[in-house]
Write a protein that binds this ligand. Structure first.
Ligand SMILES: [Zn+2]
Length: 391
């Protein structure tokens, strides 16, 4: 079947036009991609979320039942609220060799390149199949890709390799940190502030927990360290706090979040155990002496595994070969690569656009980045046709 053929920039213009901010539906964009693939004779498998307001998409080109190379990207983008843009973020605008728009770098540019490469993949006799794996809700904790991975394993075949096309300026990334987010709720007892001993001050208790977190932060800064990363240690930050009712009331509630960006190999469960033990040992007994109903609830709200491909990685070797490079990099932002690796695929991160532009106002992708990515995908198609070993 001879479907329509578009350039990556043309497809990017279409993709950017769908406002797929994470809290909104991505179904219109998914329908566009499904329709485009159908025009090329490809059937898409959709994996919807529980509310059926969003969906991931999977399709495969080449021999069925064979583990191939998955090209993976997320369809959602971060919000534009509070940012000042020079032009409409959802209308692709070209200025000075750059294409501006929300998601151009992170990561609709990669999706556009993959879709533009589909006609080429189809006209080759692929020995190794190429799978398209497009998720939702990546920007809010890699939520959509988890059921998608499970569904691919159940109904199809676990990909042999996964290329995650996050913006790396087309350099090969073989390691990233893993973010873990905790949510903490301190419940004290309210009292008139003039009668403070009758209450349990939730904000004061939270303050003790914050001090312990500062101590952990300082320790993480010293060890372990990995100089490939910037910064070369795991970071811990308190990122939100909320508490109190009025100036003259002992606060009954205080809630806060903290975030750890763990290096591969850092035992985050040890951090979890430590802050819980501190709460139980130091804070709670004192609170309970005044109010039995008081307490501290600590739970992990979201966790994305860190990623370390290792020196024997087949996906890294393939990406280096296709990119014509012999150098790998480590980054501090998270991607879906760690989740794919946990599921048994060899993963690598490489995609067009610069992470420096991701999430910012006037996000853009340089046009030549799209060209570099198209050349990479062209070489991938040729490699998949030969089915040659990577090394
Ligand atoms: Zn991204």
């Amino acid at each position: 079947m001879n479907g329509p053929s578009y350039s990556a920039a043309e497809l990017l213009a279409r993709l950017v036009h769908f406002d797929t901010t994470s809290h909104k539906s991505n179904l219109a964009l998914v329908a566009f991609i499904e329709d485009y693939l159908a025009q090329h004779g490809l059937a898409s498998q959709l994996v919807p979320n529980a509310e059926a307001s969003k969906a991931s998409l999977y399709t495969s080109i080449g021999p069925p039942g064979v583990p191939g190379v998955a090209l993976s990207g997320h369809t959602d983008v971060v919000p534009v609220e509070g940012q000042t843009w020079s032009s409409d973020p959802f209308v692709l605008a070209e200025r000075d060799g750059r294409l501006y728009g929300r998601g151009t770098a992170d990561m609709k540019g990669f999706l556009a390149c993959v879709l533009a490469a589909v006609p080429d993949f189809l006209q080759r006799k692929l020995a190794v199949p190429i799978h398209l794996v497009f998720s939702y809700d990546e920007e809010v904790g890699c939520l959509g890709v988890r059921p998608l991975i499970a569904e691919i394993r159940r109904r199809f075949v676990t990909p042999r390799m996964v290329v995650v096309g996050e913006p790396t300026s087309m350099s090969v990334v073989d390691a990233h940190k893993g973010p873990v987010r905790w949510h903490v709720e301190v419940k004290g007892r309210a009292a008139h502030s003039s009668m403070a001993p009758l209450g349990v001050n939730a904000i004061s208790v939270a303050g003790k927990l914050l001090q312990e977190l500062s101590r952990i932060e300082r320790e993480l800064k010293v060890a372990p360290r990995a100089e490939r990363f910037d910064p070369p240690y795991a970071t811990l930050q308190v990122t939100r706090i909320d508490g109190g009712t009025a100036t003259n009331i002992v606060p009954v509630y205080c809630r806060f979040d903290f975030d750890v960006r763990a290096l591969p190999g850092v035992d985050v469960t040890a951090i979890d155990r430590r802050i819980r033990a501190f709460a139980e040992r130091v804070c709670v007994p004192e609170m309970r002496r005044v109010a039995l109903e008081s307490g501290i609830d600590i739970h992990v709200a979201n966790q994305v595994p860190p990623f370390a491909a290792g020196s024997a990685s087949e996906a890294v070797a393939l990406a280096l070969h296709l990119a014509g490079s012999n150098e790998t990099h480590a980054v501090s932002y998270a991607t879906e690569a760690g989740l794919f690796q946990e599921a048994g695929s060899s993963a690598v991160v490489i995609g067009p656009g610069d992470i420096a532009q991701a999430h910012s106002a006037d996000e853009f992708i340089a046009k030549d980045q799209l060209g570099t990515c198209m050349a990479f995908l062209d070489r991938l198609g040729a490699w998949a046709e030969r089915g040659a070993p990577v090394r």
